[in-house]
Design a binder for this molecule. Structure first.
Ligand code: LMR
Length: 332
């Protein structure tokens, strides 16, 4: 009986995915893990608005924010299975897809500012990384920005020694795992939706994220001290299931491409200001203390994290590091 139920459910799923195109309007489920009031949240809603407008309502975009549909790992699986059509995970979460090369973007102090990041992703390295996705049945549509990570705990993190023994939540990248280990901390991967509670109950002591994510997830309410270190960058890749995307009528895909290009310009143009405003809100809340590193302290962090660069070669490979080095005019 159980087998029969499973078989019927599977047949129904196949029928449902096959009939998605015949449906009117075409439904695109866009799932993500952050709040609406963040650069990614606003970008997803802008894409919805433009995609529905440009296709004259032939496409309906259903946006599911805040892990309401899927959590980090599940959403990638769901995309591969075709249960969701569009995601925008941070590129730190791409290793389970078999594309560790994306983690090169998590190297500490890699990008000078948002403009340099944006330019780099529009160039050869961004295209090269998207090409890596093709073999996995995934198509990369755009890179979105969410600025730079701060790091927090219930004690001031000013010198590398302050990280000793600290349990830090990380989102998935082995590069982040490595730079926190270089500082003496004990990193732990955890889904974004679980971080607030883990901080509140002491399952972890610390986390890193951008101001907009701290504010909207209230991380600052359960962390006494935040260092505005901006030590690494948080970026997203908007991705779709290739089979679904290539199966769309060509004229619809053209309109959706246009909507994505416009939504990308919009998202990347607001990211820096959104994070500036969020940091201001955090400061005003009085619920945490913000710390800023002096140049000498920043140099201590950079020195402590330097071994990550050497280690990264074995993880992400030399090719992507060479592409980044050329793009950013640095030596790696
Ligand atoms: C995280 O898990 O910390 C971030 O990737 C969440 C996000 O998507 O901004």
């Amino acid at each position: 009986m159980r087998k029969l139920i499973v078989a019927v459910a599977m047949a129904a799923a196949v029928l449902a995915s096959g009939s998605a195109m015949a449906q009117s309007p075409i439904i695109i489920k866009f799932s993500h893990v952050v709040a609406n009031d963040t650069p990614k949240g606003k970008g997803a809603l802008k894409f919805k608005e433009l995609a529905e407008k440009y296709t004259n309502g032939k496409v309906k975009i259903e946006v599911y924010p805040n892990s309401t549909l899927y959590k980090d790992k599940e959403e990638i699986e769901a995309l591969q299975l075709g249960s969701v059509q569009m995601l925008a995970p941070s590129t730190a979460k791409f290793a389970p897809l078999g594309v560790k090369e994306f983690e090169a973007l998590d190297l500490p102090w890699l990008f000078k500012d948002d403009a340099q990041y944006d330019a780099a992703m529009k160039g050869p390295v961004g295209k090269w990384l998207f090409k890596k996705l093709e073999a996995k049945g995934i198509t990369g549509l755009a890179y979105w920005d969410n600025g730079f990570h701060m790091v927090s705990a219930n004690r001031p993190l000013i010198h590398p020694a302050d990280f000793q023994g600290l349990k830090v939540r990380i989102s998935g990248s082995k590069i982040a795992d490595r730079y926190f280990r270089d500082m003496g901390a004990i990193p732990q991967i955890m889904a974004f939706s679980e971080v607030y509670q883990a901080l509140q109950t002491g399952v972890v002591d610390s986390c890193e994220n951008t101001p907009s994510n701290y504010l909207t997830q209230k991380f600052h309410e359960v962390q006494k001290d935040i260092t505005v270190s901006y030590h690494a960058h948080l970026q997203y890749a908007v991705i779709v299931n290739s089979k679904f995307w290539n199966g769309l009528p060509a004229d619809i895909r053209t309109q959706l491409d246009k909507a994505m290009a416009d939504a990308t310009d919009y998202t990347n143009s607001i990211a820096a200001q959104e994070n500036k405003d969020a940091l201001e809100e955090i400061k005003k809340s009085g619920k945490t203390t913000l710390h800023y590193l002096t140049d000498a302290q920043k140099a201590e962090w950079q020195k402590a994290m330097q071994p990550t660069y050497k280690w990264a070669k074995g993880r992400v490979g030399q090719e992507v590091l060479d592409l980044l080095a050329k793009e950013l005019h640095v030596q790696m």
